[in-house]
Design a protein around this ligand. Structure first.
Ligand code: UDP
Length: 322
């Protein structure tokens, strides 16, 4: 992408969004960061506020928006099961009404628009690893449905705007991502385990801990998003972005205990309803179309992530990241 574009990042105050804002600024673009701070945090973008090409706007994308930009990244939506289940109606609204508002904006501006979709569109997958042509196994009426079905409907809207209005769309399906700037109360497994290990509290494993996930470091993920945005108009996706190296939740706990030097013990807690048993992206399409694959091993990415939480919990200045 040429430098000097005006880029809108919705959810720019969030964990992934804030890294994306930084990356776009570093590439010479103007960034309009939008967040309603329901799960994003001002502190994530506080260091950017003095940047001459950065602007922060508080806005909820379920309401229409009138701005002038060249490109839109739609990352606005709480993504942790704990957060998106707090107000499930709002979660569906953000996903669906939010997508309609932003697609309408993109149509008026003839702007390219990228949707941060999710591996949750595959639900509890019966195909493993998950390829983009797998339609998924999703419960439409369960506690995760507000997010899963909301994100699925958003994908439908993106593809209908593409078919009907020839809008330039890009759909990324993001798998589990971790890194600094996750909230300590995020509720997802990496942040929970690190916080519990650092506090010497028991590590709460949901179920038997043999369910799997594949954890991608945030820098790698952001690189994939930017590459996807820069593809030619005929590339719409969906494209899986995540790491193909899979591990059990129990192994993740072991690794975090070892790396933090913690003596926390493992305890089993009930498995949440509809918790997917396994998840691993097939990233052949991302490799072929974007020339992209994650380069950060889990052990390597956990180093700055643990350092971030150590600083956060000790009240020290947060370590520089990115
Ligand atoms: N999990 C866990 N302990 C926690 C948080 C999560 O054992 O404190 C498990 C959870 O049941 C799931 C996996 O870790 O099987 C990943 O959960 P997360 O909420 O991070 O993301 P998901 O991939 O389920 O959206």
């Amino acid at each position: 992408m040429q430098a000097g574009r005006r880029v809108l990042v919705t959810g720019g105050g969030g964990f992934i969004g804030s890294f994306l804002c930084e990356r776009l600024l570093a590439e010479g673009h103007e960034v309009l960061c939008l967040d309603n701070f329901s799960s994003g945090r001002r502190s994530n973008v506080a260091p950017l506020l003095s940047h001459p090409r950065f602007e922060l706007m508080r806005h909820d994308i379920t309401f229409p928006l009138y701005v002038e930009v060249d490109q839109i990244y739609n990352l606005a939506c709480p993504a942790s099961p704990v957060h998106y289940q707090l107000d499930p109606v709002q979660t569906t609204k953000v996903s669906v009404h939010g997508a309609i508002n932003l697609l309408g904006l993109a149509k008026r501006l003839k702007a390219r628009i990228l949707q941060a979709s999710t591996s949750e569109v595959y639900g509890d997958p019966t195909v493993h690893p998950q390829t983009e042509d797998y339609w998924g196994n999703v419960n439409p009426i369960g506690p995760r449905s507000c997010y899963d079905e909301g994100k699925r409907c958003a994908e439908t809207l993106f593809f209908d705007y593409w078919r009907q209005h020839r809008l330039e769309i890009k759909v990324a399906r993001i798998f589990n991502t971790y890194g600094p700037r996750m909230r300590p109360d995020d509720g997802r497994v990496v942040s929970n385990f690190i916080v519990q290990a650092l506090k010497g509290e028991p590590i709460a494993i949901y179920g038997d801990g043999l369910q799997t996930r594949s954890f991608c470091y945030v820098d790698d993920l952001v690189d994939g998003l930017v590459r996807l945005m820069e593809t030619p108009p005929e590339v719409t996706g969906p494209i899986n972005l995540g790491t193909p190296s899979e591990c059990t939740i129990r192994d993740l706990a072991g690794l975090i205990l070892e790396m933090t030097g913690s003596r926390s013990r493992l305890v089993e807690r009930p498995l949440p309803e509809d918790d997917p048993r396994q998840r691993q992206p097939d990233i052949s399409r991302a490799r072929a179309v974007l020339g992209w694959a994650p380069s950060t091993a889990l052990r390597e990415g956990l180093v700055p992530t643990i350092a971030y939480f150590e600083a956060l919990l000790s009240g020290a200045d947060l370590p520089p990241v990115g």
